[in-house]
Design a protein. Structure first.
Length: 370
């Protein structure tokens, strides 16, 4: 595999859950995925401070207690996805890519709670009055530990995105009704629904409103969908500054059951049960339809989407379908999602060096039906 990492010292924690476990509940509680570029810092919440500076009238230094007590707390259910989710399929079905060999489980659907980022910025007094038309950026960072490719971890989103009430960007203090675990950003992390997890900065300690994106390595030289002609790291150097940093994640779905290379006994009714999850594009949710095919996409069956009462447009959708399939080996099962914005998951996805944003049909390959 292509690699490009400094020696990180203590290896970062990177893992994903088995798909069957992952889709067992709408709210993800069973060992969700972890993606880190450093070790996990141990932070004392009582002394932790988040600073706010840049293009603001009143720079702030906010304690965790102030973030919890001085601002209205907002709760949002949103799927968090690694930009490299499904990288393994791009690597094995298209060609080699650079990055951790994520399967289909680098995603989690959780309930997040904390103050809105916009409320914090309003308290700091934004100098920019035209939020919707602003060209400014909100850079967010954690300086707690040195990372694999930079002295700190940072990212940024556009100011207009941060200031939209309906964008529901928050500084999360809780996950699933409990304080954040250290591995998920304790004591405070960014939650930016619909946006790639690379921008959901954990262990947040600085917010800066500025004219440019974050200068951090992970905003400028990573997490970008490079064009296919950027075949190597050397060629990529000519493209990093020309290609936008990934923000919105694409519409996507995954076949979780049956899994790749699995042998399944066909019930007497001749109908195979297929299960999985689907996510919408950016803020275009919720997912409104998932279709399943066992004949190479010639015919499709509508899946049943199981939304609880408290789902949001940022949530994933858990789905299941019963499809007619003949006994035999080397079967391929596809899934295809559509969201409320009319975005339809494509059959194919273009290759890129970092293997991010893969959203070709969900698939389970080499299934044997006995």
């Amino acid at each position: 595999m292509i690699t490009k990492l400094k020696d990180p010292g203590e290896p970062p924690l990177n893992r994903e859950a088995p798909l069957r476990d992952l889709i067992s509940s709408f709210i993800t509680t069973k060992e969700p995925y972890n993606r880190n570029h450093s070790a996990i810092p141990i932070i004392e919440a009582s002394s932790h401070v988040v600073t706010v500076d840049g293009e603001v009238e009143t720079p702030l230094s906010l304690s965790v207690s102030q973030l919890r007590n001085d601002f209205v707390q907002h709760e949002v259910i949103a799927a968090l996805q690694c930009a490299g989710n499904r990288r393994h399929t791009m690597r094995t079905r298209l060609k080699e890519v650079a990055g951790i060999d994520w399967l289909d489980g680098a995603v989690m659907n959780c309930k997040w709670k904390g103050p809105r980022l916009r409320d914090v910025l309003i308290k700091a007094g934004l100098k920019e009055r035209n939020h919707e038309g602003s060209k400014l950026h909100v850079a967010v960072a954690s300086h707690q530990l040195e990372c694999q490719d930079d002295d700190y971890y940072g990212g940024s989103i556009e100011l207009w995105r941060a200031m939209r009430v309906e964008g529901e960007v928050i500084l999360a203090l809780e996950m699933n009704g409990k304080p954040l675990a250290p591995s998920y950003g304790y004591p405070v992390r960014v939650v930016a629904p619909g946006i790639a997890g690379a921008r959901w900065v954990k262990w947040l300690d600085k917010i800066s409103v500025q004219n440019t994106e974050s200068p951090n390595f992970y905003q400028q030289h990573d997490y970008k969908i490079l064009p296919p002609e950027a075949l190597t790291w050397e060629i990529a150097e000519d493209y990093w500054h020309r290609v936008p940093a990934i923000q919105c994640m694409p519409v996507n779905s995954v076949v979780a059951v049956p899994g790749n290379n699995e042998t399944v006994r066909l019930p007497q009714n001749g109908l195979l049960e297929v299960k999985g999850y689907a996510v919408p594009k950016g803020d275009q949710g919720p997912v409104t339809k998932v279709e399943v095919s066992a004949d190479g996409g010639k015919t499709w069956v509508n899946a049943e989407i199981n939304y609880p009462e408290n789902y949001s447009k940022w949530s994933w959708a858990l789905w299941k379908a019963s499809i007619k399939v003949d006994k035999g080996s080397n079967k391929t099962i596809y899934s295809r999602a559509t969201d409320a914005g009319g975005n339809v998951q494509p059959e194919h996805c273009e290759w890129n060096l970092r293997g991010i944003g893969y959203n070709a049909y969900g698939s389970s390959f080499n299934v044997t039906i006995s």
